[in-house]
Ligand binder design. Structure first.
Ligand code: ATP
Length: 435
């Protein structure tokens, strides 16, 4: 692993088209980001891999896509309206505001450096508020969801009835959430709009400790399977005073970011808190009926909740290498093949029509299978370097010999070794390599 700073990654992300500051032509909107052509592919691949492992490859988890806007009662029942808060302090000297529990020194202002200038902490609610319909009145107050989980709980009975699943089973959801964070920062690590990947796994109450353990192992392994460095990953149990209002036990999967260990994903035992609350507030009986045992009860819930943007960011950091090759520094993103934005780059050696034509034909064939790029600019060396820097696993060069032997050179990003492969066999070769 190469030691990497936040600046190195955010510069690369901007330079190569992974992530741009939102509203940049107007000076940017603090803490909001847009994903460029490469970033959108990487983010989408991360989400697809999550969906593949959490839904597609399992028989006991189904998907859901619930609305971002829900009835206000949902957030009253879930406790978010009352207690989804962070402690806010303000510096009396420079008026900067901070989240108290994230300050390195709770008595010193990081902006002006003065000591003992903070106000007493106030509880600040993180939900974004807006109004539904044309009238801005309290009756029309509505929130942007701060987590996707509640849409799952309110649909528990709908999904159970229509999917005919029996306990234990899970409901997975991937989508945007919004939190009016007091101190966003560290690039895309903490933003006010972000995507979550959450799964609520419903089980018999007495089985919840076993499933809590199971999901920690599953989720940890997911990061490893996608190539994350094991020594940069750990599981950290929450202290009692860190627990969310709904949780009896939580661990975080943490990654060693450039600024230290920080959360990638939380795995919580939410007990029967949410189903019980929604039953009481809505009057709908959300208990589960076990036919064999002839009993009704509230299932307990284990929730692995990850952030798609944070995870994408961690994969970028983890994949970043600087290597010395022939006395030059080569920057390479060794992203897992499944995560790489472009799987293949097709590079005709010259801009002459006799090479462009077969290169375009080849590119059109490859596009049916993968997201690829056809790059005809600059020297071949510079084009290789660009593809290394954006993590493209294979470069396919069409040269003048290709016109005679019907073969191309395939260069491997990680080993830089080159194979001569017939154009006819190219798809099969890449298919096998890309997995
Ligand atoms: P933190 O303590 O960092 O504020 P949290 O413990 O409140 O996060 P959870 O409620 O457990 O976060 O949310 C689950 C996941 O959603 C987090 O692990 C993270 O990956 C992602 N997430 C939460 N808040 C943000 C945010 N502001 N920006 C980006 N991702 C976020």
């Amino acid at each position: 692993m190469t030691d990497v700073t936040l600046d190195t990654i955010s510069n690369l992300a901007r330079k190569r088209g992974f992530v741009f500051p939102a509203s940049e032509i107007y000076g940017g909107l603090r803490s909001a980001y847009d994903y460029g052509p490469l970033g959108v592919e990487l983010l989408r691949n991360v989400k697809d891999e999550w969906w593949r492992s959490m839904v597609q490859e399992r028989g006991d988890v189904v998907g859901l896509d619930s609305a971002i806007l829900q009835a206000r009662e949902v957030w009253q029942a879930s406790g978010h309206e009352e207690v989804f808060t962070d402690p806010l302090v303000e510096c009396r000297e420079c008026n900067s505001r901070f989240r108290l529990d994230k300050l390195d020194d709770p008595n010193q202002c990081p902006t002006c450096g003065k000591r003992d200038t903070f106000t007493d902490p106030q509880q600040f609610n993180l939900m974004f508020r807006t109004h539904m319909g044309p009238v801005d009145s309290d009756d029309n107050l509505i929130y942007l969801r701060p987590e996707t989980a509640q849409g799952i709980f309110t649909n528990f009975e709908n999904v159970r009835r229509t999917s005919r699943l029996k306990l234990p089973f899970g409901i997975a959801q991937l989508g945007k959430s919004f939190r009016n964070e007091i101190t966003p920062g560290q690039f895309v690590f903490r933003t006010r709009e972000f995507e979550q990947m959450e799964m609520e796994f419903f089980c018999r109450p007495e089985e919840s400790p076993e499933w809590f353990q199971y999901w920690q192992e599953e989720r940890f392994q997911w990061y490893l399977d996608l190539g994350m460095t094991e020594s940069s990953l750990r599981i950290r149990p929450h202290d009692e005073d860190e627990l969310s209002h709904y949780s009896s036990e939580t661990v975080d999967v943490e990654y060693l970011f450039p600024w230290g260990w920080d959360e990638l994903e939380g795995i919580a035992n939410r007990t029967d808190f949410d189903l019980r609350q929604h039953s009481e507030h809505s009057g709908e009986d959300l208990r589960y009926f076990d036919q064999e045992a002839n009993e009704k009860f509230f299932p307990h819930v284990i929730e692995p909740a990850a952030g798609a943007n944070r995870t994408t960011f961690a994969f970028l950091i983890d994949a970043y290498y600087e290597e010395t090759v022939n006395d030059e520094i080569r920057t390479v993103l060794k992203l897992h093949h499944r995560l790489a934005p472009y799987k293949v780059a097709v590079l005709p050696l010259s801009k002459k029509a006799e090479l462009i034509e077969p290169a375009e034909k080849l590119a059109a064939e490859l596009r049916k299978r993968w997201i690829i790029e056809l790059d005809v600019t600059q020297s071949i060396g510079r084009r290789y370097r660009r593809q290394d820097e954006i993590g493209t696993p294979f470069c396919v060069t069409v040269d003048f010999d290709s016109l005679d032997d019907g073969a191309v050179t395939v260069r491997d990003r990680d080993t830089m070794s080159q194979d001569r492969i017939s154009m006819e066999g190219l798809i099969g070769y890449l298919d096998q390599k890309l997995g």
